[in-house]
Design a protein around this ligand. Structure first.
Ligand code: HEC
Ligand code: HEC
Length: 223
């Protein structure tokens, strides 16, 4: 079942068609649990369009298990794609490795530029938790835990390679912290996130996720 477009997929009806075909493939059981990018003929498509089914054309994914890529730091996106490709990040149940392997260096650069340049849209939080406690932890830390903002920043990440967490889906953030804590995700240099996540209680993970997922953009007003 090959689909090919030789023009840019940039009108709403074409976009809807793209999504519908993917959904149909999933329903018909062509894809196992995930659709694979190599099942469609991608000639004529911009490289990021094969990511759209899960992450959204503009990186504002709808489903909490697919991270939002809009406005994410370019150096972070580049590193994750390399880590998926080389098997250093494996906590995604194989969703990303085949896709990352199929990307050329030029595709990666085009995709990273596209998503890093998109605006993150405001969205209500998708997770229950004590957002006020999460806010305190994010900005002030506590004994044995450095403030997250030291590296993840108040407006944009301040440490090269650290992702923006503000406005990310809460369920996705909580899963990453749990994965770092139990060692299922281990692509963080020097185990920096593993150590931090091990010190976090489950209620603190939920508090952080509730706070962060409700913050599309950090401005003076919500600091
Ligand atoms: C079939 C669904 C699917 C498609 C298509 C897909 N992804 Fe993903 N992607 C995922 C899932 C699921 C995760 C997160 C897994 C986890 O860690 O829980 C993910 C994670 C990522 C991450 C890590 C984000 C972060 O904050 O750490 C990046 C970067 C990414 N994908 C880029 C891409 C790019 C680029 C494409 C297209 C070339 C793409 N993805 C296509 C499902 C998909
Ligand atoms: C010393 C710097 C530092 C501190 C402090 C820090 N982080 Fe991180 N964090 C990182 C780096 C670097 C990464 C990227 C790891 C990688 O390469 O995949 C990361 C990744 C993450 C991710 C994965 C995000 C994604 O999109 O997949 C989450 C979630 C996270 N950190 C949460 C936190 C929270 C919550 C705190 C505070 C309790 C915190 N971090 C404190 C450096 C830091």
């Amino acid at each position: 079942m090959a689909i090919s477009w030789h023009t840019d997929v940039n009108t709403r009806s074409q976009r809807d068609c793209f999504v519908t075909v993917f959904l149909a493939m999933t329903t018909l059981g062509f894809t196992g649990s995930y659709a694979h990018a190599d099942m469609i003929d991608t000639r004529g498509m911009a490289p990021h369009e094969q990511c759209a089914y899960c992450h959204g054309l503009d990186g504002n994914s709808a489903m909490p298990r697919f991270p939002r890529l809009a406005g994410q730091s370019a150096s972070y996106l580049r590193k994750q794609l390399a880590d998926f490709k080389q098997g250093r990040r494996t906590n995604d149940e194989g969703a990303m490795s085949g896709i990352a392997e199929s990307l050329s260096e030029a595709d990666v650069e085009s995709i990273v530029r596209h998503y890093a340049g998109q605006a993150l849209r405001a969205r209500a939080s998708d997770i229950e938790g004590d957002a006020a406690a999460g806010r305190r932890l994010y900005f002030n830390g506590r004994r044995a835990i450095a403030a997250c903002a030291t590296c993840h920043g108040t407006v944009a990440p301040v440490l090269e390679g650290a992702p923006r967490l503000l406005g990310q889906h809460g369920a996705y953030l909580a899963k990453q912290l749990q994965d770092f804590r139990r060692g299922a995700r281990r692509n963080d240099a020097d185990g920096v996130m593993h150590r931090i996540a091990q010190a976090l209680a489950e209620s603190e993970i939920r508090a952080l996720a509730a706070f962060l997922s409700a913050q599309p953009v950090m401005t003076g007003a919500n600091r």
